[in-house]
Write a protein that binds this ligand. Structure first.
Ligand code: 13P
Ligand code: SF4
Length: 350
Protein backbone atom coordinates (compact mmCIF):
# COMPACT_ATOMS: atom_id res chain seq x y z
CA UNK A 1 0.00 0.00 0.00
CA UNK A 2 0.99 3.62 -0.64
CA UNK A 3 3.40 4.73 2.15
CA UNK A 4 2.10 8.30 1.97
CA UNK A 5 -1.44 7.10 2.70
CA UNK A 6 -0.21 4.85 5.52
CA UNK A 7 1.47 7.88 7.06
CA UNK A 8 -1.68 10.02 6.67
CA UNK A 9 -3.81 7.34 8.35
CA UNK A 10 -1.28 7.05 11.18
CA UNK A 11 -1.14 10.82 11.69
CA UNK A 12 -4.94 11.27 11.65
CA UNK A 13 -5.46 8.37 14.06
CA UNK A 14 -2.80 9.74 16.41
CA UNK A 15 -4.40 13.20 16.28
CA UNK A 16 -7.77 11.69 17.23
CA UNK A 17 -6.28 9.66 20.10
CA UNK A 18 -8.96 8.23 22.41
CA UNK A 19 -11.70 9.96 20.41
CA UNK A 20 -11.74 7.18 17.85
CA UNK A 21 -12.19 3.43 18.19
CA UNK A 22 -11.51 1.40 15.05
CA UNK A 23 -13.09 -2.04 14.61
CA UNK A 24 -12.02 -4.35 11.78
CA UNK A 25 -13.54 -7.57 10.46
CA UNK A 26 -11.13 -10.37 9.51
CA UNK A 27 -12.05 -10.03 5.81
CA UNK A 28 -10.64 -6.51 5.61
CA UNK A 29 -7.57 -5.72 3.51
CA UNK A 30 -4.14 -5.78 5.20
CA UNK A 31 -3.73 -2.06 4.50
CA UNK A 32 -6.87 -1.37 6.56
CA UNK A 33 -6.75 -4.01 9.29
CA UNK A 34 -3.39 -2.70 10.52
CA UNK A 35 -5.26 0.34 11.88
CA UNK A 36 -7.92 -1.61 13.78
CA UNK A 37 -7.92 -1.42 17.59
CA UNK A 38 -9.92 -4.63 17.69
CA UNK A 39 -10.21 -7.28 14.98
CA UNK A 40 -12.73 -10.09 15.09
CA UNK A 41 -15.45 -12.23 13.63
CA UNK A 42 -18.99 -10.84 13.63
CA UNK A 43 -19.69 -12.08 17.14
CA UNK A 44 -16.54 -10.66 18.68
CA UNK A 45 -17.08 -7.32 16.96
CA UNK A 46 -20.66 -7.18 18.31
CA UNK A 47 -19.37 -7.92 21.81
CA UNK A 48 -16.57 -5.36 21.55
CA UNK A 49 -18.54 -2.56 19.87
CA UNK A 50 -19.44 -0.99 23.21
CA UNK A 51 -16.00 -1.54 24.76
CA UNK A 52 -14.91 2.12 24.49
CA UNK A 53 -17.84 4.26 25.64
CA UNK A 54 -15.52 7.25 26.01
CA UNK A 55 -14.80 7.32 22.25
CA UNK A 56 -17.32 9.53 20.42
CA UNK A 57 -16.44 7.95 17.07
CA UNK A 58 -16.46 4.27 16.19
CA UNK A 59 -15.02 3.66 12.72
CA UNK A 60 -16.27 0.32 11.45
CA UNK A 61 -14.09 -1.40 8.86
CA UNK A 62 -16.50 -4.06 7.68
CA UNK A 63 -19.89 -4.05 5.98
CA UNK A 64 -23.15 -2.15 6.49
CA UNK A 65 -25.05 -4.68 8.64
CA UNK A 66 -22.11 -4.87 11.06
CA UNK A 67 -21.96 -1.09 11.37
CA UNK A 68 -25.74 -1.00 12.02
CA UNK A 69 -25.35 -3.56 14.79
CA UNK A 70 -22.50 -1.53 16.27
CA UNK A 71 -24.70 1.58 16.21
CA UNK A 72 -27.44 -0.33 18.06
CA UNK A 73 -25.02 -1.68 20.67
CA UNK A 74 -23.03 1.50 21.35
CA UNK A 75 -24.09 4.37 23.60
CA UNK A 76 -26.38 7.09 22.16
CA UNK A 77 -23.62 9.73 22.22
CA UNK A 78 -21.35 7.57 20.03
CA UNK A 79 -21.44 7.77 16.25
CA UNK A 80 -20.61 4.82 14.02
CA UNK A 81 -18.85 5.59 10.75
CA UNK A 82 -18.62 3.27 7.74
CA UNK A 83 -15.75 4.53 5.52
CA UNK A 84 -17.61 3.59 2.31
CA UNK A 85 -21.40 3.60 2.48
CA UNK A 86 -21.54 1.26 -0.53
CA UNK A 87 -20.00 -1.57 1.51
CA UNK A 88 -23.14 -3.70 1.75
CA UNK A 89 -23.59 -7.47 1.75
CA UNK A 90 -25.30 -9.32 -1.09
CA UNK A 91 -26.54 -11.97 1.33
CA UNK A 92 -28.14 -9.43 3.66
CA UNK A 93 -29.86 -7.89 0.61
CA UNK A 94 -31.54 -11.24 -0.13
CA UNK A 95 -34.08 -10.69 2.66
CA UNK A 96 -36.00 -7.41 2.69
CA UNK A 97 -38.41 -6.37 5.41
CA UNK A 98 -41.44 -6.58 3.10
CA UNK A 99 -40.50 -10.07 1.98
CA UNK A 100 -40.13 -11.24 5.57
CA UNK A 101 -43.51 -9.76 6.53
CA UNK A 102 -45.07 -11.52 3.55
CA UNK A 103 -43.42 -14.79 4.63
CA UNK A 104 -44.91 -14.40 8.10
CA UNK A 105 -48.36 -14.05 6.52
CA UNK A 106 -47.76 -17.28 4.60
CA UNK A 107 -46.87 -18.96 7.91
CA UNK A 108 -50.04 -17.55 9.47
CA UNK A 109 -52.18 -18.80 6.60
CA UNK A 110 -50.64 -22.25 6.99
CA UNK A 111 -51.55 -22.12 10.70
CA UNK A 112 -47.95 -22.48 11.91
CA UNK A 113 -46.87 -18.93 12.81
CA UNK A 114 -47.59 -19.46 16.52
CA UNK A 115 -45.12 -22.36 16.59
CA UNK A 116 -42.35 -20.51 14.77
CA UNK A 117 -39.44 -18.73 16.46
CA UNK A 118 -37.49 -16.60 13.98
CA UNK A 119 -33.70 -16.53 14.04
CA UNK A 120 -31.71 -14.16 11.88
CA UNK A 121 -28.07 -14.39 11.00
CA UNK A 122 -26.14 -11.25 11.90
CA UNK A 123 -25.82 -10.76 8.12
CA UNK A 124 -29.19 -9.03 7.82
CA UNK A 125 -30.44 -5.45 7.96
CA UNK A 126 -31.45 -3.82 11.24
CA UNK A 127 -35.15 -3.90 10.30
CA UNK A 128 -35.01 -7.68 9.88
CA UNK A 129 -33.35 -7.96 13.29
CA UNK A 130 -36.12 -5.75 14.68
CA UNK A 131 -38.76 -8.02 13.09
CA UNK A 132 -37.13 -10.99 14.80
CA UNK A 133 -36.96 -9.11 18.11
CA UNK A 134 -40.67 -8.27 17.90
CA UNK A 135 -41.52 -11.93 17.33
CA UNK A 136 -39.54 -13.30 20.26
CA UNK A 137 -36.53 -14.48 18.26
CA UNK A 138 -32.78 -14.11 18.36
CA UNK A 139 -29.82 -13.03 16.23
CA UNK A 140 -26.94 -15.44 15.68
CA UNK A 141 -23.52 -15.48 14.08
CA UNK A 142 -21.55 -18.35 12.62
CA UNK A 143 -19.91 -18.91 16.01
CA UNK A 144 -23.11 -19.38 18.02
CA UNK A 145 -25.64 -20.63 15.45
CA UNK A 146 -26.00 -23.99 17.22
CA UNK A 147 -26.82 -22.40 20.57
CA UNK A 148 -29.20 -19.90 19.00
CA UNK A 149 -31.05 -22.52 16.98
CA UNK A 150 -31.30 -24.86 19.95
CA UNK A 151 -32.67 -22.03 22.07
CA UNK A 152 -35.24 -21.16 19.40
CA UNK A 153 -36.24 -24.76 18.76
CA UNK A 154 -36.75 -25.34 22.47
CA UNK A 155 -38.98 -22.26 22.63
CA UNK A 156 -41.15 -23.12 19.61
CA UNK A 157 -41.41 -26.24 17.55
CA UNK A 158 -40.21 -24.68 14.31
CA UNK A 159 -37.54 -22.20 13.37
CA UNK A 160 -37.57 -19.67 10.54
CA UNK A 161 -33.91 -19.04 9.71
CA UNK A 162 -32.96 -15.87 7.80
CA UNK A 163 -31.30 -15.26 5.36
CA UNK A 164 -28.51 -17.87 4.87
CA UNK A 165 -29.92 -21.26 3.95
CA UNK A 166 -26.47 -22.85 4.16
CA UNK A 167 -25.61 -21.79 7.71
CA UNK A 168 -29.12 -22.85 8.75
CA UNK A 169 -28.96 -26.25 7.06
CA UNK A 170 -25.38 -26.98 8.08
CA UNK A 171 -26.12 -26.18 11.70
CA UNK A 172 -29.41 -28.09 11.82
CA UNK A 173 -28.09 -31.22 10.13
CA UNK A 174 -24.47 -31.39 11.28
CA UNK A 175 -24.76 -29.99 14.78
CA UNK A 176 -28.33 -30.62 15.91
CA UNK A 177 -29.14 -34.01 14.43
CA UNK A 178 -31.96 -32.89 12.11
CA UNK A 179 -32.37 -34.61 8.76
CA UNK A 180 -32.31 -32.84 5.41
CA UNK A 181 -36.03 -33.64 5.18
CA UNK A 182 -36.68 -31.67 8.37
CA UNK A 183 -35.58 -28.55 6.45
CA UNK A 184 -37.57 -26.74 3.76
CA UNK A 185 -36.49 -23.72 1.76
CA UNK A 186 -38.72 -20.65 1.55
CA UNK A 187 -38.18 -18.77 -1.74
CA UNK A 188 -39.14 -15.10 -1.38
CA UNK A 189 -39.61 -14.70 -5.13
CA UNK A 190 -42.14 -17.52 -5.47
CA UNK A 191 -45.82 -17.52 -4.56
CA UNK A 192 -46.33 -18.75 -0.98
CA UNK A 193 -42.56 -19.16 -0.85
CA UNK A 194 -42.88 -22.13 -3.19
CA UNK A 195 -44.16 -24.30 -0.32
CA UNK A 196 -47.49 -25.94 0.45
CA UNK A 197 -49.15 -25.49 3.87
CA UNK A 198 -48.51 -29.19 4.45
CA UNK A 199 -44.77 -28.77 3.86
CA UNK A 200 -44.69 -25.89 6.33
CA UNK A 201 -46.62 -27.95 8.89
CA UNK A 202 -44.19 -30.86 8.59
CA UNK A 203 -40.97 -28.83 8.59
CA UNK A 204 -38.82 -28.16 11.63
CA UNK A 205 -36.44 -25.72 9.96
CA UNK A 206 -37.76 -23.20 7.46
CA UNK A 207 -34.69 -21.85 5.68
CA UNK A 208 -34.74 -18.61 3.72
CA UNK A 209 -33.39 -18.92 0.18
CA UNK A 210 -30.33 -16.71 0.64
CA UNK A 211 -26.62 -17.41 0.37
CA UNK A 212 -23.19 -15.81 0.32
CA UNK A 213 -21.88 -15.42 -3.21
CA UNK A 214 -18.27 -15.60 -2.00
CA UNK A 215 -18.61 -18.88 -0.08
CA UNK A 216 -21.04 -20.22 -2.69
CA UNK A 217 -18.16 -20.50 -5.13
CA UNK A 218 -16.51 -23.38 -3.27
CA UNK A 219 -17.70 -26.73 -4.60
CA UNK A 220 -17.37 -30.38 -3.78
CA UNK A 221 -14.97 -30.54 -6.75
CA UNK A 222 -12.68 -27.94 -5.10
CA UNK A 223 -12.43 -30.21 -2.05
CA UNK A 224 -11.82 -33.38 -4.11
CA UNK A 225 -9.25 -31.58 -6.26
CA UNK A 226 -7.18 -30.29 -3.34
CA UNK A 227 -7.28 -33.66 -1.56
CA UNK A 228 -5.89 -35.29 -4.68
CA UNK A 229 -3.24 -32.62 -5.26
CA UNK A 230 -2.06 -32.26 -1.63
CA UNK A 231 -1.98 -35.59 0.23
CA UNK A 232 -2.84 -35.23 3.92
CA UNK A 233 -4.34 -31.76 3.49
CA UNK A 234 -6.84 -30.56 6.09
CA UNK A 235 -9.89 -28.82 4.65
CA UNK A 236 -11.14 -25.96 6.83
CA UNK A 237 -14.25 -24.07 5.74
CA UNK A 238 -16.72 -21.44 6.87
CA UNK A 239 -20.30 -22.68 7.54
CA UNK A 240 -21.64 -20.30 4.85
CA UNK A 241 -20.33 -22.87 2.33
CA UNK A 242 -22.80 -25.25 0.70
CA UNK A 243 -23.78 -28.42 2.52
CA UNK A 244 -21.88 -30.69 0.12
CA UNK A 245 -18.69 -28.70 0.79
CA UNK A 246 -19.10 -28.62 4.55
CA UNK A 247 -19.82 -32.35 4.76
CA UNK A 248 -16.62 -33.04 2.79
CA UNK A 249 -14.48 -30.77 5.02
CA UNK A 250 -12.45 -31.69 8.13
CA UNK A 251 -13.18 -28.59 10.19
CA UNK A 252 -15.92 -25.96 10.06
CA UNK A 253 -16.14 -22.63 11.83
CA UNK A 254 -16.28 -18.85 11.93
CA UNK A 255 -13.40 -16.63 10.84
CA UNK A 256 -12.15 -16.41 14.43
CA UNK A 257 -12.23 -20.22 14.67
CA UNK A 258 -10.37 -20.50 11.36
CA UNK A 259 -7.60 -18.22 12.65
CA UNK A 260 -7.27 -20.10 15.96
CA UNK A 261 -7.19 -23.45 14.14
CA UNK A 262 -4.32 -22.37 11.88
CA UNK A 263 -2.46 -20.85 14.84
CA UNK A 264 -2.70 -24.14 16.73
CA UNK A 265 -1.80 -26.32 13.73
CA UNK A 266 1.40 -28.41 13.63
CA UNK A 267 4.33 -26.93 11.67
CA UNK A 268 4.51 -28.64 8.28
CA UNK A 269 0.78 -29.40 8.18
CA UNK A 270 -1.25 -28.46 5.09
CA UNK A 271 -4.51 -26.49 5.18
CA UNK A 272 -6.91 -25.66 2.37
CA UNK A 273 -9.11 -22.86 3.65
CA UNK A 274 -12.55 -22.09 2.23
CA UNK A 275 -13.28 -18.51 3.12
CA UNK A 276 -12.58 -14.97 1.90
CA UNK A 277 -9.18 -14.42 0.31
CA UNK A 278 -7.81 -11.48 2.34
CA UNK A 279 -8.01 -13.65 5.45
CA UNK A 280 -6.51 -16.73 3.80
CA UNK A 281 -3.58 -14.71 2.36
CA UNK A 282 -2.93 -13.11 5.75
CA UNK A 283 -2.91 -16.53 7.43
CA UNK A 284 -0.55 -17.94 4.80
CA UNK A 285 1.86 -15.01 5.28
CA UNK A 286 1.69 -15.19 9.08
CA UNK A 287 2.42 -18.94 9.13
CA UNK A 288 5.23 -19.66 6.67
CA UNK A 289 6.00 -22.88 8.59
CA UNK A 290 2.59 -24.28 7.59
CA UNK A 291 1.24 -24.83 4.11
CA UNK A 292 -1.87 -22.62 4.09
CA UNK A 293 -3.67 -22.37 0.74
CA UNK A 294 -6.92 -21.12 -0.72
CA UNK A 295 -9.47 -23.91 -1.24
CA UNK A 296 -10.39 -22.91 -4.80
CA UNK A 297 -8.21 -22.42 -7.85
CA UNK A 298 -9.78 -19.08 -8.75
CA UNK A 299 -9.43 -16.18 -6.32
CA UNK A 300 -12.43 -14.72 -4.57
CA UNK A 301 -12.53 -11.63 -2.45
CA UNK A 302 -15.69 -10.25 -0.92
CA UNK A 303 -16.08 -7.24 -3.19
CA UNK A 304 -18.04 -5.23 -0.63
CA UNK A 305 -15.64 -5.90 2.24
CA UNK A 306 -12.90 -4.77 -0.15
CA UNK A 307 -14.61 -1.44 -0.72
CA UNK A 308 -13.14 -0.29 2.56
CA UNK A 309 -9.66 0.49 1.29
CA UNK A 310 -6.91 2.70 2.65
CA UNK A 311 -8.00 5.84 0.73
CA UNK A 312 -11.51 5.56 2.25
CA UNK A 313 -10.13 4.98 5.73
CA UNK A 314 -7.80 7.98 5.39
CA UNK A 315 -10.68 10.21 4.27
CA UNK A 316 -12.80 9.10 7.25
CA UNK A 317 -10.05 9.58 9.81
CA UNK A 318 -8.92 12.92 8.40
CA UNK A 319 -12.42 14.35 8.30
CA UNK A 320 -13.03 13.23 11.90
CA UNK A 321 -9.75 14.87 12.91
CA UNK A 322 -11.12 18.12 11.38
CA UNK A 323 -14.34 17.65 13.37
CA UNK A 324 -16.41 16.72 10.31
CA UNK A 325 -18.44 13.56 10.77
CA UNK A 326 -19.33 11.83 7.52
CA UNK A 327 -20.76 8.41 6.52
CA UNK A 328 -22.62 7.97 9.81
CA UNK A 329 -24.70 4.80 10.17
CA UNK A 330 -27.71 5.60 12.27
CA UNK A 331 -30.57 3.19 12.95
CA UNK A 332 -33.87 4.85 13.90
CA UNK A 333 -34.89 4.54 17.54
CA UNK A 334 -37.80 2.14 17.21
CA UNK A 335 -35.96 -0.24 14.88
CA UNK A 336 -32.90 -0.07 17.14
CA UNK A 337 -35.01 -0.88 20.20
CA UNK A 338 -36.44 -4.13 18.82
CA UNK A 339 -33.22 -5.12 17.01
CA UNK A 340 -31.46 -4.72 20.33
CA UNK A 341 -33.90 -7.13 21.96
CA UNK A 342 -32.80 -9.81 19.48
CA UNK A 343 -29.10 -8.88 19.74
CA UNK A 344 -29.20 -8.87 23.55
CA UNK A 345 -30.88 -12.26 23.43
CA UNK A 346 -27.90 -13.51 21.40
CA UNK A 347 -25.41 -12.01 23.84
CA UNK A 348 -27.30 -13.68 26.71
CA UNK A 349 -27.29 -17.19 25.17
CA UNK A 350 -25.72 -19.71 27.53
P1 13P B 1 -17.83 -14.43 10.77
O1 13P B 1 -16.70 -13.44 10.84
O2 13P B 1 -18.76 -14.21 11.90
O3 13P B 1 -17.34 -15.82 10.68
O4 13P B 1 -18.69 -14.11 9.46
C1 13P B 1 -18.22 -14.15 8.19
C2 13P B 1 -18.95 -13.27 7.24
O5 13P B 1 -19.32 -13.62 6.17
C3 13P B 1 -19.18 -11.94 7.60
O6 13P B 1 -19.83 -11.36 6.57
FE1 SF4 C 1 -21.74 -10.84 2.82
FE2 SF4 C 1 -20.50 -13.05 1.97
FE3 SF4 C 1 -19.23 -10.71 1.96
FE4 SF4 C 1 -19.78 -11.92 4.28
S1 SF4 C 1 -18.40 -12.66 2.67
S2 SF4 C 1 -20.05 -9.74 3.80
S3 SF4 C 1 -21.77 -12.85 3.78
S4 SF4 C 1 -21.07 -11.24 0.73
Amino acid sequence: SDPALVERARAAKAALGDKVFVLGHHYQRDEVIQFADVTGDSFKLARKAAARPEAPYVVFCGVHFMAESADILTAPHQQVILPDLAAGCSMADMATFDQVEECWEVLEDAGVADDVVPVTYMNSSADIKAFVGRHGGVVCTSSNAKRALEWAYAKGSKVLFLPDQHLGRNTAVLQMGFSLDDCVVYSPHRREGGLTPRQLQDAKMILWRGHCSVHGRFTRESVDEVRERVPGVNVLVHPECRHEVVTAADRIGSTEYIIKTIEAAEPGSAWAVGTELNLVRRLANAHPDKNVMFLDKTVCYCSTMNRIDLPHLVLSLESLARGEVENVISVDEETAHYARVALDQMLALP
